[in-house]
Ligand binder design. Structure first.
Ligand code: DC
Length: 206
């Protein structure tokens, strides 16, 4: 069984995908991490994330980079969003994601284009959303909890800009795949969101 979990940043898709993987004993791939690694590598190269050739060169990042906590920073998230606009970068990362999705026994992948491009044949597709204000607040709580001083308004502006770029790029924009189950987590806590997601998966096989 392939489960595709797509949605914007801080929607809860990562938490949901991880929980689904544990519940159904499937391997999980956070595909955003791949784009974050490319974004970080451009930064390390002193390159420009808006330049397709420099972004493509950064797809050759060392595997160890995926373990680096700095990938989770807002700054690297911004770089990731910018490199992910380039079709060359999306093509370079395609096979790796596709192979993960097609492994025997199935998998859970979360990202922006899993249900539309990477695994359109997925038996279950979830599109996880939440209001911008709620997502900004979640990110702010997470960051201040890690001791990082940030303004809520700055995070909200950043998330809105990232949504705009992710939803309006020409190649593989963030949109719900046909047949995807919409899961709005604005008023749900993590446990409720996970329970709703498990129910959505099980309902698919009723
Ligand atoms: O999910 P995330 O915040 O870690 O993703 C970082 C950026 O990577 C996001 O702004 C857009 C890009 N991305 C993408 O284009 N396609 C994916 N499947 C996953 C992430």
């Amino acid at each position: 069984m392939i489960i595709a979990v797509d949605g914007p940043t801080a929607s809860g898709k990562g938490t949901i995908a991880k929980a689904l993987a544990a519940h159904f004993a499937l391997p999980h791939l956070d595909t955003g991490l791949l784009y974050r690694a490319v974004g970080r590598q451009v930064q390390l190269n002193g390159g420009n994330p808006d330049d397709p050739a420099e972004a493509l060169a950064a797809c050759d990042f060392p595997e160890g980079l995926l373990e680096d906590d700095i990938l989770r920073s807002e700054e690297v998230g911004g770089y990731a969003s910018r490199v992910s606009v380039h079709p060359q970068v999306r093509r370079a990362l395609y096979e790796r994601q596709r192979a993960f999705a097609r492994q025997e026994g199935g998998a859970v992948l979360d990202g922006r284009d899993i249900g539309t491009v990477i695994a359109p044949e997925a038996q279950v597709k979830l599109f996880v959303t939440a209001s911008v204000a709620t997502r900004a607040r979640r990110r702010w709580l997470e960051m201040t909890g890690r001791g990082i001083a940030v303004e809520l308004a700055a995070i909200e502006a950043d998330i809105a800009a990232r949504d705009e770029r992710d939803m309006n790029r020409a190649d593989a924009p963030l949109i719900a795949a046909p047949g995807a189950v919409l899961l709005d987590t604005t008023t749900l806590g993590p446990d409720e969101a996970i329970a709703a997601a498990i129910e959505a998966v099980l309902a698919r096989f009723d």
